[in-house]
Design a protein around this ligand. Structure first.
Ligand code: CTP
Length: 389
């Protein structure tokens, strides 16, 4: 259930409904009368495909305040105004939404949205503390421009994507073996410098690793993402550490491994580093030049002892030929529990695209998957990890 109270952020609540519906949720929207001044109920009706309730007195809905709260798996309040939080904290039930909040035992996730001074007011602070004490979860508010102008203090509603990410986690984590587990994911390319302005790298976008990190967060894991240079934004709820070179990635993974229950190496670390890096920009030569390269450390091989059998480890094998045997050899050599053979023979799989053709290989099994989005591959991968845990 999405409860919408009256603030300018109401227009963003439309996007929350859309994203939740897209993710497979059935969403009942309940609006306060003030919220209907900002966005008309028909908008939410179209997005949710269900009637929108706004009043205790709607025809045939006499018990809506009891059954809506009881039948929902999660109540999201976005935007949650200062007034809504105050009424909920005091147990006031003078409209449908607050009556539901008083009658329900369902978990509540609130996304406050208000003027920064209202948020900083001791009354609001006390109300939020009271509601947290009753088990309510909060996301935000964020810092950023408010309706009345720029602000450097919290008040603005957290973006819909982030609210939805937290809602998904609250819904999915209880049934996942990853809940409370520590998951370490690597992503993206690494980059080795030839001189201060030139590098050796590869076109990995980071999408596969970022998808795994996001999916692990949804399943309730405590996720750290170690990413090489990637244009993607830090995923919601995930501690993201940015590195540049393969050696930096190795050192960061080493430092984080003792805590990790799961390691997913989705990164494409550069395999070679120039023997020496010039400290100034090299001048262009007239003829060909020769660059001496040395292998970088292999992160999986160098951490095999440290991981032991304690940490479920997943690697990827990007191959441009049918690579079953090479992938199997990597599974052995790098001491993995699962290797995801990733075919880069077609343009819809491999680097810089949103889909992958993969085969999952363990010591005993081999499963060829159809063309899937990287998000779907991430979910299948974590299903395997859960089974192994
Ligand atoms: N990998 C690693 N350290 C490296 C290079 C790769 O830990 N220096 C990891 C990758 O993250 C991936 C797995 O090893 O999970 C296989 O990577 P891949 O590039 O397919 O294999 P390589 O070992 O680099 O072998 P080759 O280049 O010969 O295919």
């Amino acid at each position: 259930m999405l409860g919408v109270s009256g603030g300018i952020a109401c227009y963003k609540a439309c996007s929350i409904v859309r994203q939740l519906v897209e993710a497979g949720a059935t969403v009942d929207v309940v609006m306060t009368v003030s919220a209907t001044e900002f966005v008309r109920p028909v908008t939410f009706e179209a997005l949710s495909g269900r009637p929108v309730l706004t009043s205790l007195w709607q025809r045939d809905q006499a018990l809506a305040h009891i059954h809506l709260g009881r039948d929902s798996h999660l109540i999201v309040l976005a935007p949650a105004t200062a007034n809504l939080l105050a009424r909920a904290a005091s147990g006031i039930a003078d409209d449908l939404l607050t009556a539901i909040l008083l009658a329900t035992e369902t978990r509540v996730l609130a996304a406050p949205a208000m003027n920064d001074a209202m948020y900083a007011h001791p009354a609001t602070t006390a109300n939020i503390a009271t509601l947290k004490g009753r088990g309510w979860q909060f996301v935000g508010p964020a810092i950023g421009p408010l309706a009345e102008g720029p602000s450097e203090k919290p008040g603005r509603m957290t973006e819909p994507e982030e609210i939805v990410a937290h809602a998904k986690r609250l819904l999915c984590a209880p049934s996942s073996a990853l809940q409370g587990k520590r998951v370490l994911v690597t992503a993206g390319p690494t980059r080795e410098h030839i001189d201060p302005v030139r590098t050796i790298s590869n076109p990995s976008s980071g999408k596969m690793g970022f998808s795994v990190a996001t999916a692990a967060f949804t399943r309730g894991a405590d996720v750290t993402l170690v990413s090489g240079p990637s244009l993607l934004q830090d995923p919601t709820g995930v501690e993201t550490v940015r590195v540049e070179t393969t050696s930096e990635m190795l050192e960061t993974v080493r430092a984080l491994l003792p805590e990790a229950d799961v390691l997913v190496m989705a990164a494409a670390p550069a395999d070679y580093v120039p023997r020496s890096t010039a400290d100034h920009k090299l001048a262009r030569a007239d003829g060909p030049i020769t660059l001496a390269l040395e292998p970088t450390p292999d992160i999986l091989e160098n951490t095999a002892n440290q991981r032991g059998s304690r940490c479920v480890t997943v690697g990827f094998a990007l191959e441009t030929e049918p690579g079953l045997e090479r992938a199997r050899a990597k599974l052995e050599r790098k001491q993995l529990d699962l290797i995801v053979l990733n075919s880069a023979t077609q343009s819809d799989s491999g680097f810089e695209c949103d889909t992958n053709r993969t085969t999952f290989i363990t010591q005993r099994t081999m499963t060829e998957l159809p063309l899937l989005s990287k998000h779907e591959v991430a979910d299948k991968l974590l299903d395997e990890v859960e089974a192994m845990l």
